[in-house]
Design a protein around this ligand. Structure first.
Ligand SMILES: [Zn+2]
Length: 92
């Protein structure tokens, strides 16, 4: 079952998550429940620097089945890749 994709959208001084398939002028709701209209102009760099909405972040993670925090309670441990130990700085 495919997961509905989301994307970040700066709104009201926070970066909220909205459905990815929305187009400008669509009326929608952020994942945290704020109503907004998709802006027609691209977001500014400043807007992308706004803090992430924690509520949206949490709901996004829930929707995608990601644990809220990187806990060490995963049933199967990650296989460790061998680390190259002899990294000689040959300038070739
Ligand atoms: Zn939000």
């Amino acid at each position: 079952m495919p997961i509905r994709p989301f994307r970040w959208l700066p709104h009201n001084h926070k970066r909220h998550a909205v459905d990815a398939d929305l187009v400008p002028r669509d009326e929608t709701r952020t994942l945290c429940g704020e109503e907004l209209v998709i802006p027609t102009t691209p977001c500014t760099k400043d807007q992308w620097c706004w803090p992430t909405c924690t509520e949206c972040d949490a709901r996004w993670r829930t929707a995608e089945g990601i644990l809220p925090f990187p806990r060490r309670s995963t049933p199967t441990p990650h296989p460790r890749r061998p680390v190259p130990t002899t990294a000689k700085a040959h300038a070739r």
